[in-house]
Design a protein around this ligand. Sequence first.
Ligand SMILES: Nc1ncnc2c1ncn2[C@@H]1O[C@H](COP(=O)(O)OP(=O)(O)OP(=O)(O)O)[C@@H](O)[C@H]1O
Length: 515
Amino acid sequence: MLFARLAQVSQDVAAASARSRKIALLAELFRDADPDDVPIVIPYLAGRLPQGRLGVGWRVLSERVDAAPEPRLSVQDVDALMTELGDVSGAGSQAERKRLVGELMGAATEGEQRFLFGLVTGEVRQGALDAVAAEGLAQATGAAPADVRRAVMLAGGLQDVAQALLARGPEALDDFRLTVGRPVLPMLAHSAGGVGEALDKLGACAVEEKLDGIRVQVHRDGDVVRVYTRTLDDITDRLPEVTDAVREFPGERFILDGEVIALGEDGRPRAFQDVAGRVGSRVDVARAAEALPVSPVFFDVLYVDGRDLLDLPFAGRHEQLARLAPEAMRVRRFLVEDASDAEQRGAAEAFFADTLARGHEGVVLKGLEAPYSAGRRGASWVKVKPVHTLDLVVLAAEWGHGRRTGKLSNLHLGARRADGTYAMLGKTFKGLTDALLTWQTERLLASAVSDDGHVVTVRPELVVEIAYDGLQRSTRYPAGVTLRFARVVRYREDKSAGEADTVEAVLAAHPSFDA
Ligand SMILES: Nc1ncnc2c1ncn2[C@@H]1O[C@H](COP(=O)(O)OP(=O)(O)OP(=O)(O)O)[C@@H](O)[C@H]1O
């Protein structure tokens, strides 16, 4: 396929406002595409390069090169040049990249040059393209749109489905059925600020414990049990406890979804990093299992004895789960039948509080009617975690890049030590509005003690309130821990640095990290 065709369609799709028009344009493009073009056409349409980053800077790209009068590049030609560009390294690489960009741009028409520029800089990214492209693909090949959508969901992306469909037509969709032994991307959750907000969104739902372990999808076919991670890696060999347990379940062929956790002797869950370390370790699995035994806790079932359950409402799937997994290996849950009933709402809040008190991360609320949306952040799963906040002292700030050039952005955050010094707990540039960036730049420069061109160190005076999701071990930071997903809530000018949180208080708020 000519690259000019793709460049034109990409532009037309972006310009079309009606969804049906976008679909028709894409269908026409797919009709003319060769199956071998698909691995290039699909990412290019979404504005992505299959090669990822090319190391080509703005300056090289912006250099004017005379455009070719007629289109002659094929999508394969462009891809081959991009691969060559991505492979350039070592001495003289800048000059070589410049030469290759010149060659590519010189062979492109003006329209193609614009599209190439957008592709390399990431400007033509079209986030929501996959859904319309799936419809376009259905139209081009005569497959039912719902079947294509489902195949795309199970394949975890459009590319393989498009390639198979264009090569073999609608029968090819059979390759993408849910099958024991072939893992699919797990369903993910949205967040809500509180249980009440989640109940308002969902109505009747199950409130489940949110366990902070490793997500697993377990496939059993007779005696063969395989365990996959959320990124579909096979970790069967590392989790003998899981395979042994699941072999005892009263079913022959099924796929379960759950979390692997480790419980301490006190019955409280061990820190996420301990479980991750155990699951990540390939060497001497038997010894690791003895040192930190783990157990699976299941919350969903996708397939049972020849039946694909993805479209079954969650309530029905859970009935099947209860048949297979014993209660001790199912997530604890509380059912809300009527989300407008004050008593049930109160009980859901109490379940949340109890779950936290037992050391878990939060809860996930799940609509009882919803199907299983593999690989999606489905609207029917809503997680609620307590927001922790800390008052920390700004120790330094880094000069920003891009849009934040000239502004002090990434803050170095410190907690107080008993001796009056500060232990850095992490950094963040999240949560800062433009107004706050301007304000903090001025304020921090006024108390600067040094500036090495990258980091401006300041007198430790300014207190900032930081929200975070929890702690994580880190050898890079002096207290041995750092904050997960730290973000700025606001500055606390009403507080002096002497009133900021202490390292001991931070550790005490997270018992599994308390030394
Ligand atoms: N009862 C449960 N139902 C669903 N997921 C659960 C449950 N308990 C724990 N989890 C975990 O929580 C995750 C759901 O949150 P999300 O889909 O947003 O993943 P995430 O991006 O890893 O978020 P987080 O860091 O909050 O775990 C699941 O991937 C799973 O690992």
